[in-house]
Design a protein around this ligand. Structure first.
Ligand SMILES: [Fe+2]
Length: 210
């Protein structure tokens, strides 16, 4: 992920509060045109959503983060992810998706990685999907770490930076909630088990739907 703020525009980042309903309408309307990293970034950096609108999409599981769908069509999805203290995702990829994330409560840490070595590299060059070639040696290098607080920055994934994990470190002392947009929606991703030195495709599902 990379993070950015509103940059050159004169818009105050996250300065305009709109209802979740209106936010969804704007995303849906953008999804009917050409979806670019910048077009969605402009939208995300502009608006803030009232906490009470997001509250009804929250759900909690002591064992893992929860994925709560707010809106989805064939091109785009919007979800709220709830992170208990201490939750951490495995290292994973995004299958060439574009993704945009804003923390709305608590503090999250994003660690970006790059693949340094894999013993089945010939199988990484597969059209359209991530590699699940059955590697038994995987080496990753931490590229950078970002600490993200509510409505402070937009974090993105794209085709050049796609391997990462997200954590809600216990020392932050509380739950966190983040809003995610992905295009196109996908129902699986590749996860890396660095202890076992294996990669695997993991199915993604929603814990709650509207
Ligand atoms: Fe991710």
């Amino acid at each position: 992920m990379e993070s950015s703020s509103a940059g050159q525009t004169s818009v105050i980042p996250f300065g305009e509060t709109i209802s979740l309903e209106q936010y969804v309408r704007e995303i849906e309307s953008l999804s009917k045109g050409l979806i670019t990293k910048q077009a969605i970034a402009d939208l995300v950096l502009r608006y803030r959503i009232p906490a009470e609108d997001l509250a009804r999409h929250k759900s909690w599981n002591p064992a893992k983060h929860t994925r709560n769908l707010i809106f989805r069509n064939s091109m785009i999805e919007l979800m709220l992810i709830c992170w208990n203290s201490g939750t951490v995702t495995p290292l994973h990829t995004h299958n060439g998706q574009l993704g945009w994330m804003v923390v709305v409560e608590g503090t999250l840490v994003v660690e970006n990685y790059r693949m340094k070595h894999c013993n089945k590299p010939e199988n990484q060059q597969v059209v359209g999907i991530d590699c699940v070639a059955g590697a038994t040696e995987i080496e990753m290098e931490l590229v950078n770490t970002e600490t993200v607080t509510p409505w402070s920055a937009l974090n993105t994934v794209d085709k050049t930076q796609t391997i990462h994990r997200i954590l809600n470190p216990p020392e932050h002392g509380g739950p966190a909630v983040s809003l995610h947009i992905y295009s196109q929606p996908i129902d699986s991703c590749v996860v890396f088990d660095m202890e076992q030195q294996r990669c695997a495709r993991r199915d993604l599902s929603y814990d709650t739907k509207p």
